[in-house]
Design a protein around this ligand. Structure first.
Ligand code: HPA
Length: 272
């Protein structure tokens, strides 16, 4: 079945219970459970109960599509996401974005965990993504283009919406959260980067490294959505500190900043 038809089927299932277009959709990276818990839920689906939906395999990613209210706004939240490194195809990774597109969602917010490349950052810092580097990994738009989703050659000149960045800056101010703004580099994973790779990425202007986000964001831009990305620095990237990186460290820092991150995100949504 074509991706469009798969997305259309799932859209219909959602519309059988949800009769509004969410003001925003949010992809919750690991460590945003507190945010998910604050949503006044209208309807939710476990990924495994949605026909044709992939199932997330990473510890810390629960796998739920939630519709409800937070900060006075209607949102669609994806708790748990799909990564290419898990072996999912580009279609599987972008299917949720396509469902949101068909639902008519205009504002797409992605969050993620990332390693800090910028030496002035520290673990626990939040970063508004100003732009990204996705050159090193295949594009999710590779292959036949379905014009119903978007144009063959989408512009990536304003991948991250200026107006949403402005809202995020205001939200940082309102919630008294110190937030950085920088460039996210999409790295293949699932292995962390080498120290030489991180040094190289710093030289080419990256501030943070992560293994997600760019695939969904690319589809969202193709879909004509306004995109906002927020990274949580869960660790200093490889080679900065004299210690190996672990997924546990990523999870622990994620948990430690959960409250701050959730409050910030909620304020962004309130301002949208
Ligand atoms: N590199 C890539 N992805 C990550 C990292 C990192 O250091 N930390 C959390 N996600």
């Amino acid at each position: 079945m074509k991706l469009y038809d798969r997305a259309e089927n799932i859209k219909k299932i959602i519309q059988s219970e949800i009769d509004y277009i969410p003001d925003a959709a949010v992809v919750l990276g690991s460590g945003l459970g507190a945010f998910a818990n604050e949503i006044a839920v209208d309807a939710e689906w476990n990924y495994c109960d949605i026909p044709g939906f992939p199932v997330s395999t990473v510890a810390g990613h629960a796998g739920k599509f939630i519709f409800g209210t937070i900060g006075g706004k209607k949102i669609a939240a994806m708790q748990g996401r799909f990564h290419l490194y898990e072996g999912y195809s580009a279609e599987e990774v972008t299917l949720p974005v396509r469902v949101l597109q068909l639902l008519g969602v205009k504002n797409f917010i992605v969050t993620n965990a990332a390693g800090a490349i910028n030496l002035s950052y520290k673990p626990g810092d939040l970063m508004i993504i100003k732009d990204h580097i996705g050159l090193f990994c295949p594009s999710v738009l590779t292959g036949e283009n379905d014009e119903r989703f978007g144009t063959r050659f989408p512009s990536m000149s304003e991948t991250y919406s200026r107006s949403l960045i402005h809202i995020a800056e205001k939200a940082a101010e309102n919630s008294k959260t110190d937030v950085k703004a920088g460039v996210y580099c999409y790295c293949k994973g699932p292995m962390f980067e080498t120290p030489a790779e991180i040094k190289f990425l710093r030289t080419v202007g990256a501030d943070a490294a992560g293994m997600s986000t760019v695939p969904e964001v690319t589809a969202a831009v193709h879909a004509g959505m306004n995109v906002l990305g927020i990274s949580c620095m869960t660790n200093m990237a490889a080679g900065i500190l004299d210690q190996p990186l672990t997924h546990q460290e990523v999870m622990e820092t994620g948990r430690a900043v959960e409250k701050k991150f959730s409050a910030f995100l909620k304020e962004i949504i309130r301002l949208i």
